[in-house]
Design a protein around this ligand. Structure first.
Ligand SMILES: Cc1cc2nc3c(=O)[nH]c(=O)nc-3n(C[C@H](O)[C@H](O)[C@H](O)COP(=O)(O)OP(=O)(O)OC[C@H]3O[C@@H](n4cnc5c(N)ncnc54)[C@H](O)[C@@H]3O)c2cc1C
Length: 414
């Protein structure tokens, strides 16, 4: 049985790996010459296995008026953000209602636990280097006391978190300017790791495996269909015969699926990152600056600062003023963490965000067509878990760790 996996980001590469491991023949296809060149290139590097807060919440709505007006705000909204926004917004609104929110929170936590287990197994059996560390304590820091109390109470209802005083933060992490803080809390047993290096490492391993082949630098343009089955994948270079297809093209999954009449409820949420040479004494403690919605992660000799949530449509260009705000905010919180005048890399990526924040791992339209996308803010974290779920869908196998129906396309109303 030959499976085409479309897209060699973190999601496509992990999916290909799990399918090859299960004994299937896999061809991995990507339009770029190297793996992890899309949204998986320079993300925040945080493995947030215990993240508890569903993306679909009225809180985001409350930020939108400021997001529309203030360019220096961590969330930016264009007046007309682009195709699929309206439908995505309707699904988002539906997902904000409390019953659904509680269910999706439980699903996030289960998926996070499953992903932690998968990453642990992966690291045990694969020695490649990606600056992985787990468990680590992750610090959520606040300047605003009200927001701290409200987030802490929401988190402590569902996951073990520990309040930390300003002095406590100072003892653990000497680079933080404490004068800016009201306090924070710690989520234990989280992880960090370089998503790009992991994807490339796994791809290299795949290349040495017998039943794996790949087409890089080859754009997928469509499918050939017969008797309700996809029988070949069309690329710019020709046709590839297949028995099944998994679409993992990140945000570009939308266009390909639209061409066959499936409008995936995903929307691009743009985020930014900068990478700097880290001060050698900086600790390996992941930090979230909750006021400015940015994360700080030490990855080897580098400091990765990442975040922001821009409804900037399908535009992939870096806006220099967003980089400037990120650097300004970072400098305020941690003035000595790195040489901020010497940025090694500026980057932005379009997060493939489903309307409720959970990934979509589902059969779609044809008997042998599957999608694995929509991971939004947590694609690196959930990648190995959703790869196993996609594998089990293809194999029509029951997965005892997670109810796959939770991630089906049919959960969306519009
Ligand atoms: C600023 C920022 C910070 C983030 N921080 C974190 C974090 O700390 N932790 C976390 O868990 N997640 C984080 N994320 C989210 C995470 O990076 C994404 O969810 C994840 O990378 C999505 O992976 P993907 O494989 O679905 O998409 P991609 O990595 O975009 O991969 C899609 C692939 O499809 C290919 N492709 C597209 N169209 C075609 C076509 N027609 N033919 C062939 N190939 C095609 C592309 O070239 C690309 O290689 C962050 C994201 C951003 C933007």
């Amino acid at each position: 049985m030959k499976i085409a996996v479309l897209g060699s980001g973190i999601i496509g590469t992990t999916t290909a790996y799990k399918l090859v491991e299960a004994g299937l023949e896999v061809v991995l296809i990507d339009k770029t010459p190297e793996p992890a060149n899309g949204c998986s290139f320079a993300n925040g590097g945080q493995l947030s296995f215990g993240y508890w807060s569903p993306f679909a919440s009225w809180h985001l709505f409350s930020l939108l008026p400021l997001a529309l007006i203030r360019k220096d705000y961590p969330v930016n909204l264009k007046l007309f953000p682009g195709k699929n926004f309206f439908r995505w917004g309707m699904n988002y609104t539906a997902a904000c209602f409390s019953g659904y929110r509680q269910e999706s929170q439980q699903s996030m936590l289960k998926l996070g636990e499953y992903a932690r287990k998968c990453m642990h197994e992966m690291v045990e059996s694969n020695p490649f280097q990606f600056n992985y560390k787990c468990p680590v304590d992750k610090y959520y820091l606040y300047g605003n006391q009200f927001e701290l109390e409200s987030d802490f109470s929401a988190a402590s209802n569902v996951v073990p978190v520990e309040k930390v005083s300003v002095e406590g933060v100072g003892k653990a992490h000497s680079f933080i300017d404490l004068s800016r803080l009201s306090g924070g809390f710690i989520r234990h047993e989280e992880g960090i790791g370089n998503c790009h290096d992991f994807t490339v490492g796994l791809f290299e391993k795949l290349k040495s495996m017998k039943s794996f082949s790949y087409h890089s630098g080859e754009k997928v343009t469509g499918f050939g269909v017969k008797n309700n089955r996809v029988n070949f994948v069309k690329t710019e270079a020709g046709e590839i015969e297949v028995d099944s297809v998994v679409v993992a093209l990140g945000i570009d999954s939308y266009e390909l699926m639209k061409a066959i009449g499936i409008r995936l409820p995903i929307f691009p949420l743009k985020g930014y990152s900068v990478t700097l040479d880290v001060n050698p004494d900086y600790p390996e403690i992941p930090v979230t600056d909750s006021d400015h919605k940015i994360v700080f992660t030490r990855l080897g000799n580098q400091l990765r600062i990442a975040g922001f949530l821009d409804f900037d449509g399908w535009d992939t260009k870096i806006k220099e003023e967003r980089i400037k705000y990120m650097i300004d905010y970072a400098r305020l919180l941690m003035p000595e963490a790195a040489d901020y005048d010497n940025i090694k890399q500026k980057w932005c990526g379009l997060r493939p965000a489903s309307a409720d924040g959970l990934p979509i791992v589902s059969k779609a339209k044809y008997d042998n067509l599957y999608v694995n996308t929509g991971h939004g803010m947590l694609g690196w974290t959930y990648s190995l878990a959703t790869a196993e779920l996609a594998r089990d869908l293809v194999l029509e196998k029951y997965n005892p760790d997670f109810d796959i129906n939770t991630l089906s396309l049919s959960r969306f109303r519009f």
